[in-house]
Design a protein around this ligand. Sequence first.
Ligand code: FNR
Ligand code: 8K6
Length: 347
Amino acid sequence: MLDTLFHPFKLNDTLTLNNRIVMAPLTRCMANDDLTPTQAMVDYYARRAETGLIITEAVLIRADGQGYPHTPGLFTPQQIDGWRKVTDAVHQNGGKIFAQLWHTGRVAHPFFFGGEYVLAPSAIALEGTLPRMRELTYTMPKPATKAEIEQLVADFSQAAANAIDAGFDGVEIHGANGYLIDQFLHFSTNERDDEFGGTAENMARFPLAVIDAISQRIGRDRTGLRLSPGGYFNLEGDTRDRAVFDYLLPEVEKRCLAYLHVGIFDDSMNFEYLDGSASQYMRSHYQGTLIGVGCYSPQTGSEAIEAGKFDLLAIGRPLIANPDYVSKVKTKQTLVAYDDTMLAQLI
Ligand code: FNR
Ligand code: 8K6
């Protein structure tokens, strides 16, 4: 059964993965002050090169997308040079690596970039204070103008081109977990009455513009996408959201991207308005390559692949605890259990 995980997987004509285990994107907040990757990050990713595909921690497309301390960027020459060291080290070890591109929208904070406001679809603030920085409260975002939306699309596209320049095999667009792109897709964060809100087609317009700009810039075979159809993190779900994703998923399928990736922490969560889990819903609305994730073990993950629930298995927290996860699973060694205290350092 576990053998299923270790067969190579052809993503498309230009990319074949050594196995079906993908490293899930994991924010670690360990970049330098100028948001360049450190040598410890180079070593951390290089140690995980035996996964079929590494998806990096979320990487900022520009300064005003920052919502957590020390998250890396891909918008300055120094950041591009820093990531080149990471991609070189991963490639030397035989791996493949995509950069996850994000802008946190209303989850950003002006504290990080010395700005006056943060941008989002609508003026609806996230309640509460920032993780690890409880003295900072989320601010009321400014609704992005049409010109600002066009600039965001251009900046996503430029960051993708920078990723290719830095030696990445491709990029994953972070359209999940309640950040900027996801904020356009949910009614609780998008109350616009222009062409970017109100209907499924309008709410999908900015996400599709980002997908089209990036896939035209670097190739659709190098472009992946993560989506969270169920609202569960940084925003509230709404039964009306279902229609937005019913419209979006077939539109994404037409674009023939490298893959679609479920954005969820625990795939046993059921969403009533999706008639099941996030992966079940996405599988039933999307025929291309799907990456599943969320509290899977090698056993439950390989069973899910064999049952056709998804095609590739992303692993997050267990890969924080076990840099050599793939070898350990292959040779049936016991895995170290993940613990939140492990977030304090990169091993
Ligand atoms: C995450 N996750 C996440 N997701 C994402 O799309 N971009 C990111 O940068 C992060 N960062 C992140 C940090 C940490 C510390 C955790 C625990 C999680 C979510 C992650 O990719 C994955 O979906 C979940 O961790 C569920 O998978 P596991 O951990 O159960 O295998
Ligand atoms: C992605 C940005 C960095 C923040 C990382 C967050 C890590 C959180 C650890 C896991 C717990 C999150 C649970 C959220 C889901 C709730 C489901 C009801």
